[in-house]
Write a protein that binds this ligand. Structure first.
Ligand code: NAD
Ligand code: DAU
Length: 360
């Protein structure tokens, strides 16, 4: 079992769920969480961890290679699980620069730090290390309704600046294995949902807007398809790959839940009608509002997860109905967490900017 893990981006949505997963399932693991606390990261996501003595937070930038090298040396890090990124497609359409900087330059700085400390300072011991890179299904582009699901060997065809920056970082990671022998694995995952997701992404945004009686903005015709995965399932898959995945390989991860967006939103509305029946806005479906489509909007994603199922015996545990119910309930019980975000200036600014995009 790996003992000293550097998690990057651990104050974000999936990273914080992953840290909680590790603390619950492998509490002896020492975790260093390196996070810049951008608008998307919050220490509120990491309150009440079950094994706090094995957890340290470091505020810093993954682009700061000397800092990363120091953390690797001082903490004898043997495993890096790299989540830190700019993660929102709509924001990448407004300002791609931050995506190039964090997702590409930041991944390069981490790879280079690992090469210096692991390979150059400790030659011959590369088999004790692991650099696991978290990526996305969006690197594969888009599918037509009849195309087969993405496989690990599907050619890359990223369509948004976000997807292109992640594709670029995947290629860099792969090249460090091929050129320098860095012990890497990559996972490409579909859309996650669950607790602590920032309310700019579809599911938490719909929950928040429904609760506050705001329009539920459906881009285009709402018939776009994503492959939804409950975040805890993703965390389990990542930890399996870190331990049992073959070096140099990539693994697709997906949930097998592929209804169109409009159906997801209607399901959320129905769950809210059930869990918050006295809200002013019931039935919540009345808030659904069709808006201008996202430019270059990918029509359909679907993941073929045969490889991870066959090689690592991993399958998602949650179906969409159970996962969505659990998620809506979590947001209802953590309304203070949501309120803290919406009170921030950055969040209000983003809402303004995103609505202007639709009008222009
Ligand atoms: P998120 O936006 O919720 O969190 C990103 C975290 O990275 C934040 O805590 C932020 O503060 C931190 N960060 C950003 N720039 C940083 C920097 N320069 N240095 C250090 N920390 C920095 O993202 P998420 O949804 O949790 O996604 C995590 C990873 O998973 C990303 O790499 C994303 O591409 C990938 N992914 C996400 C999904 C999804 O559905 N959310 C699906 C597949 C893959
Ligand atoms: O597929 C994996 C990717 O999933 C991750 O790599 C990204 O980090 C993550 O943000 C997510 O990207 P999407 O663009 O698919 O997620 P988002 O929640 O922004 O949108 C999901 C779908 O819902 C998409 O088809 C756009 C649509 N949508 C989204 C928002 C925010 C709407 O119709 N209305 C909205 O207001």
């Amino acid at each position: 079992m790996n003992k000293n893990v550097l998690v990057t981006g651990g104050a974000g949505f999936i990273g914080s769920n992953f840290i909680r997963y590790l603390q619950e399932n492998a509490p002896e693991t020492k975790i260093i969480n390196l996070d810049l606390l951008t608008y998307a990261g919050s220490l509120e996501n990491l309150k009440d961890l079950p094994a706090p003595k094995n957890y340290t937070f470091v505020k810093g930038d993954i682009c700061d290679q000397p800092l990363v090298e120091r953390l690797l040396r001082e903490n004898q890090i043997d495993t890096i699980v790299h989540f830190a990124a700019e993660s929102h497609v709509d924001r990448s359409l407004k300002g791609p620069g931050a995506f190039v900087q964090t997702n590409i330059v930041g991944t390069y700085a981490l790879l280079e730090a690992a090469r210096q400390v692991w390979l150059k300072e400790n030659p011959g011991s590369s088999d004790i290390y692991r650099f696991h890179h978290i990526s996305t299904d969006e690197v594969f582009g888009t599918l037509s309704p009849t195309d087969p699901a993405f496989e690990e060997c599907t050619p890359y065809a990223p369509n948004s600046p976000y997807a292109a920056s992640k594709a670029s970082s995947d290629h860099l990671v792969r090249s460090y294995a091929h050129s320098f022998g860095l012990p890497i694995t990559i996972s490409n995952c579909s859309n996650n949902y669950g607790p602590y997701q920032f309310p700019e992404k579809l599911i938490p945004l719909m929950i928040l807007n429904a609760l506050t009686g705001k329009p539920l903005p459906i881009y285009g015709d709402g018939m776009q398809i994503r492959d939804w995965l409950y975040v805890e399932d993703h965390c389990e898959a990542i930890w399996k790959i870190v331990h049992e995945g073959k070096l140099g390989e990539s693994y697709n991860i997906g949930g097998g839940n592929q209804p169109p967006n409009i159906e997801i939103v209607k399901t959320i509305c129905a769950i809210l009608d059930e869990l918050a029946p006295t809200a002013d806005h019931t039935p919540h479906e009345q808030l659904i509002t069709y808006v201008t489509d996202r430019p270059g909007h990918d029509r359909r994603y679907a993941m073929n997860i045969e490889k991870i199922s066959r090689e690592l015996d991993w399958q998602p545990k949650y179906d969409l109905k159970t996962g969505l119910h659990k998620t809506v309930k979590w947001y209802l019980e953590n309304i203070d967490w949501l309120n803290a975000i919406i009170e921030e200036k950055d969040y209000q600014n983003w809402v303004q900017i995103n609505y202007q995009r639709r009008d222009n």
